[in-house]
Every structure is written in C-alpha cells, then in structure tokens.
Design a protein around this ligand. Structure first.
Ligand code: CMC
Length: 392
C-alpha cells in the first residue's frame, strides 16, 4: 500500500532476477547463459541451445544424445487430440489453433501438471518440446487440406517438422540440408529474449501456479500480437502492399513519419535494442544466402533493403534509435522456404519455446517468486449512490 509507482508498459520495472539471458541494448549484445548469440547461431544446434537454456550448461555428448532421444520418443500426439484439428475453420489463423491445442495438452497429459514435482516438470518439458512442432505442422496441413503425417523419429526435430509440413505419406521426403540448417539457425536466434511480452506472460500465469502447458499457451497468445511475434507476418504484408501500390517507398515512409493511424514501419524498433538488433544482422545474412540458393522473392528482398536504407538515413528513425529488429527479414526467408505468411509467427513460437520453458522453470524454483499482481492508480468516480432504472 502507500504510493504506487506508475510504469505503463513496464519500461523501467524489473519483474525478476534471471540467470538465463543477457541483453545490452545499447551495445547490441545478446547472450544465452553467457554464450554470445552469433557463436550459438553459427556453431550450436537448436536442440543443444534448448538444453543450454533449460538446464544452464551446454550438454556433454551423451547428455545431448539422451535429451534428443527422449524428445523424439514424445513427438506423437494422442489420436483424440488430432481430431481437434477437424473442428477449427479451414481458414483459421494457426496461432490460436496452436495455443488452443497446447492448452489441450494439459487435458491429455494429466500426469505431468504438478509444478512442484520435478519429475513431472521434466516430463512436461520434454512433451512440449517434442509435440509443439507436430501441433504446428498439423495446424498448417489442416489449413491446406493435406493429410497429417505421423512423425518420423529417425529424423531430427527440424527435419521431422519440415517433413510433417511438406511431405506426403507414400513418398520419401528428402530434406534439403541447407534449408534445415537455416531454419535450425533461425530457431536458435528466437530461443530466448529475457522478459519480453510473451515470456513475462508465461511467468505471470505460472506465478499463480498454473501448469507449464497452459502457461506456455498464454505465451503463444501474447506472441500472436503484431507488435510482438506477429510482426514477422506484418512485415511481409507491409512489403507486399508497398509493392502492389507501385513500390513507392518514400511515400510509405512519409506516412509512417506522419504517424497515420495504424501505419508503422513493421520490423523496426525495439524496447531494449537502441542499436542494431544483433539477431537482425545474422538474419539479414541468412536472407541473402537462402534467397540465392532457394530462389525466393528477390523483389521483396530488394524492397526491404531499400526501405532499411532509407529509414536508417532518416532523421525520424535516427532520433528515435529505430533499427531493424529480428522480424524484419525472417518472413522473406520463411516465404522462400515455402511457408505461407500465416505460419511465420508459428515458427517464432517453435523457436521461443525453450526460452518460455527455461523461464517458467526458473520462476517456479525461485524462492523470491510471488504471484504477479501489479497495482493501479484508480481514476474513476468517487463513491456515488445507485439510482433505480426508472429514475435514470
Ligand atoms: N515505426 C515508426 N515509428 C516507430 C516504430 C516503428 N516501427 N517503433 C517506434 N516508433 C516511434 C514511436 O512512435 C515513438 O515515437 P514518439 O517518440 O514520437 O512518440 C518512438 O518511436 C518510441 O517508440 P515506443 O512506441 O515508445 O517504443 P516501445 O519500446 O514502446 O515499442 C515496439 C517497441 C517494438 C513495440 C515498437 O518499436 C513497434 O511497434 N515496432 C513495430 C512492431 C515490431 O516490429 N515488433 C517486433 C519487435 S522485435 C521482436 C518481437 O518482440 O517479436
């Protein structure tokens, strides 16, 4: 009680201590458990990075092997859960389909819901890591009316996901190693980002001692928003609409600077990075490589590069320290890989999952954790007397 400090958007409020991810927004530094993001992106794998985030250390070769094989034994979905996908409209957005089905995991796997039972926490960790790619691929396949493929557990996590997304039942699916590696790298870049909107949501829901499945489902819903993970989809829509209106970039930038309602340079700006987003630098390099090898939409890539160049030399963006963020170039890569625009944020969710899990586990094990419960400053009416309807 007493004085309440107002901090809309929590721009200056620390909600927790954490040992997981370090960001220096002015210097453009991002590290997971002390390891620089560029080293992980270039030398690690998504599954190894997931282990690092969740358990705090890089795994030994045998730890990595058992982690990988435990995950591959849990990729199947309960057959009844598969039927959920029949109930959603064909043109549904896959993000709410994903969050609904992740919530539903808590109804099927009731033996791993207790937040204070370490074995159950471990089991829900593995189940989520294993099943999210399956759920994501099924959300996509349903939307295009194609059969749901059972996971092939001889494949790695990313290859399996690509096969379930793009393969056919009676045909062997040949994974393009360049594509698989590029996707793996993008997942590493998305794997954690300290107390962002979705991660804070996961922690807040978990602080009420809600189970890991439903906490992660809440995080997926937060990520769906266009100011957060939904930005990767919004960037592609923005680029496509600039192109279809004749490709006039400077008039678009003018509209952004005039702050026309709803017009922002999507994929630009960040609450913490006031210097180039280190993930964006890595993604931009990947965009060049992948579009060259897979043959993506070069016209949109050119448009994106021109837009970046114009924005970075414009007073409006310089003054406000607005730089491209991770979402600016990823959509172009996902598109070149064959994913429809609606799936972009789903890919972000697959990447962010290890971070959500690591943060949820840190929260539940932290003796300092209390239920998240911000205060407010009330600005409504003082007390007044009720009047019967006839007198109003
Ligand atoms: N285009 C135009 N103006 C912008 C943009 C943008 N993308 N981002 C910020 N500004 C302006 C904003 O209008 C404000 O101007 P003024 O000082 O005149 O009022 C100033 O820059 C500061 O912005 P802010 O809104 O106070 O910054 P914030 O920290 O609250 O918001 C943000 C951060 C990421 C929500 C915002 O930059 C934004 O909406 N960007 C576009 C959406 C986007 O790309 N989101 C992805 C973020 S990165 C990965 C992720 O989380 O998914």
């Amino acid at each position: 009680t007493g004085m309440v400090t107002l901090d809309p958007g929590y721009t200056n409020t620390g909600s927790t201590t954490s040992k997981i991810t370090y960001i220096d927004g002015d210097a453009g530094i991002l590290r997971y458990r002390g390891y620089p993001i560029d080293q992980l992106a270039q030398q690690s794998t998504f599954i190894e990075t997931a282990y690092l985030l969740i358990y705090g250390e890089l795994p030994s070769a045998s730890d990595l092997e058992s982690f990988t094989s435990r995950i591959s034994r849990h990729t199947l979905l309960h057959e009844d859960l598969k039927r959920f996908f029949d109930g959603f409209p064909r043109d549904a957005h896959p993000m709410p389909v994903l969050s609904s089905s992740v919530s539903a995991l808590s109804t099927f796997y009731q033996d791993s819901l207790d937040p204070f039972n370490p074995e159950q926490v471990e089991l829900s960790t593995i189940r989520l890591l294993a099943k999210l790619p399956t759920l994501a691929a099924y959300a996509y396949r349903k939307s295009i009316g194609q059969p749901l493929l059972y996971p092939d557990n001889s494949l790695g996590l990313v290859e399996n996901f690509l096969r379930m997304s793009f393969g056919f039942p009676a045909e062997p699916y040949v994974v393009d190693p360049k594509l698989a590696r590029a996707l793996d790298q993008l997942l590493i870049l998305h794997a954690d980002h300290e107390q962002n909107c979705s991660t804070s949501t996961v922690r807040l829901v978990g602080s009420a001692h809600a189970n890991m499945f439903v906490s992660v489902a809440a995080g997926i819903n937060a990520l769906y928003g266009p100011l957060h993970g939904g930005a990767n989809e919004a960037v592609l829509q923005m680029l496509s609409s600039i192109r279809s209106e004749g490709g006039d970039i400077s008039s678009f930038v003018k509209r952004v600077k005039n702050k026309e309602p709803g017009v922002k340079l999507m994929g630009f700006g960040h609450r913490v990075y006031k210097n180039y987003d280190p993930r964006a630098a890595l993604v931009k390099a990947t965009a060049d490589e992948i579009l060259a090898s897979l043959g993506g939409d070069d016209e949109l890539l050119d448009l994106a590069k021109q837009l970046e160049e114009i924005a970075l030399s414009d007073e409006y963006f310089i003054e406000r320290k607005l730089y491209p963020n991770v979402d600016f170039y990823t959509g172009l890569i996902y598109k070149a890989m064959g994913f429809p625009t609606k799936m972009f944020t789903v890919l972000f969710a697959i990447g962010r999952l290890p971070g959500w899990i690591a943060q949820w586990r840190e929260m539940i094990n932290d003796p300092m954790t209390k239920i998240g419960r911000p205060r407010q400053v009330y600005t409504g009416y003082p007390e007044r007397a009720y009047t019967p309807a006839a007198d109003r």
